[in-house]
Design a protein around this ligand. Structure first.
Ligand code: PFF
Length: 451
């Protein structure tokens, strides 16, 4: 077993800030920078943001704490953790590992696009302001065959190389350097975007809700997005929590991580949507939004190319600090449970996930005509099944296991380090896990199944 260090103990985070940055690194990623702006654009802007916030407050913080506590208590991977609470619940962890597998396959395709854009920036190919040219350039990249798959492979290789480095050396170290850089960069971009002529419309679009736009699809998308963005519902925070030492402050982390994540998502929205309006793009343009608007913004900035290079490097690192957590969920499971060598597990899982990503990539090009779910090709189907079904389902079952099977008293005892830490909201949290979480997630689910 190699989730152990040289003296035979389970590996641990090197410091408190190391864990927070690694967990925030997992949360902050393409979900914030790429998915949040286009989901908001697609779902009516402010209406989506409002629903997102409600779900964040009701279940986001709650489940973050539940996952971390479960991980630290059991010191095990997602499946092992559920099994320790009760044998028959191991399947919840298995659903999570499956979700991680699926998410990483298409996540890596988008990560590949980021590398491709970094290369385009370096070669000067992106120095264009014309929306149509930028749109065509993006379309050409993703609908190709070898080019996007090549970049997808590169992204997967980068991911497994970091994971091979282990917990403290690979994951923690890289997050510590990259996260602060990303904050600065996204703030600079949001300011530039919001000061473009005509940007006010975009700010309004993102922040002023139009209640008539709220429907069950918007709610289901927002629910899926909260889970996806916070890395919840698939045992990722259980796995990261399992590397925490017993004196860590979980309640504090469970508030800090979602706050950082939401801050970055909002800033990304403020960096993208005002520019969308200023340049006359369509907010509902979909997955290409950041790849089309950002180059246009950069092309209009002094030292634009320099900023653009920095930006795509940071997006790439944000994506990697998330993809490594997705891979780590699968690796931790195989290493803990199958006693596989950590290196062998990492490389073989990465390879299988790479293969699964190929149809996801091709579904933008030669395989665009193949649909798995109505109107959805491989990429959209993987995204829908994982984000909108597996993660919320995992969250619902997490509430049941922590709230009712393990019990909130036990969970609070662990969260407060046996009563040594103050956790003022403990009773409120218990209420949210036991009742609000399951009921809210359950209702959204059933309503969306009924159509
Ligand atoms: N939270 C990541 C993002 O927003 O990009 C994606 C992700 C990572 C989802 C890890 C789930 C997960 F377990």
């Amino acid at each position: 077993m190699a989730n152990l260090n040289n003296s035979g103990e389970r590996e641990q985070w090197g410091s408190k800030i190391g864990f927070i940055l690694a967990a925030a690194g997992s949360a902050v990623g393409l979900g914030n920078l790429w998915k949040f702006p286009y989901m908001a654009g697609k779902n009516g802007g402010g209406a989506f943001v409002l629903v997102y916030f409600i779900i964040l407050f009701l279940v986001g913080f709650t489940l973050m704490l539940a996952e971390i506590v479960l991980g630290r208590y059991t010191q095990l991977n997602a499946i092992g953790a559920y099994r320790k609470i009760g044998k028959k619940w191991a399947f919840v962890g298995a659903l999570g590992v499956l979700a991680g597998f699926l998410i990483l396959s298409f996540y890596s395709v988008v990560g590949g696009w980021v590398i491709a854009y970094l290369v385009k920036t370096l070669t000067g190919a992106l120095n264009v302001t014309d929306a149509e040219v930028l749109g065509n350039m993006f379309g050409k990249l993703i609908s190709g065959t070898t080019e996007p798959i090549f970049y997808h492979a590169l992204f997967m290789v980068a991911t497994f190389l970091i994971v091979l480095g282990g917990i403290g050396g690979g994951i923690e170290k890289s997050s510590k350097i990259l996260m602060p850089g990303l904050f600065v960069m996204i703030i600079v971009l949001a300011i530039r975007s919001m000061t473009l002529p005509g940007a006010v419309e975009g700010i309004k679009y993102l922040l002023v809700p139009d209640f008539s736009k709220i429907n069950i699809d918007v709610v289901l998308d927002a629910l899926g997005q909260v889970f996806f963005s916070l890395s919840l519902g698939m045992g990722c925070m259980i796995t990261y929590g399992s590397y925490l030492s017993k004196d860590s402050n979980i309640p504090e982390s469970a508030v800090t991580i979602p706050l950082i994540d939401t801050g970055v998502a909002l800033l990304a929205g403020l960096a993208v949507l005002p520019a969308v309006f200023a340049f006359g793009f369509e907010p509902s343009a979909g997955p290409g939004l950041i790849f089309i608007t950002f180059p246009a913004v950069f092309a209009q900035m002094p030292f634009g190319t320099l900023f653009e290079i920095m930006f795509f490097i940071l997006v790439l690192f944000a994506a990697l600090s998330s993809s490594i957590s997705l891979l780590e969920v699968c690796v931790a499971y195989v290493v803990d449970e199958w006693k596989m060598n950590r290196k062998v597990a990492t490389v073989s899982l990465a390879f299988v996930i790479f293969l699964l990503g190929i149809p996801a990539s091709l579904s933008f090009g030669p395989w665009a005509h193949i649909t798995l779910l109505p109107g959805k090709g491989f990429f959209d189907t993987f995204d829908f099944i994982s984000s909108n079904i597996l993660l919320p389902l995992g969250g619902l079952l997490l509430c049941i296991v922590v709230g009712w099977i393990w019990g909130t008293d036990n969970a609070i005892k662990e969260a407060t380090n046996e009563g040594q830490l103050e956790f003022k909201f403990a009773p409120f949290w218990a209420f949210l896990v036991k009742y609000v979480g399951p009921v809210a997630i359950g209702i959204v689910f059933i309503r969306s199944l009924l159509g």
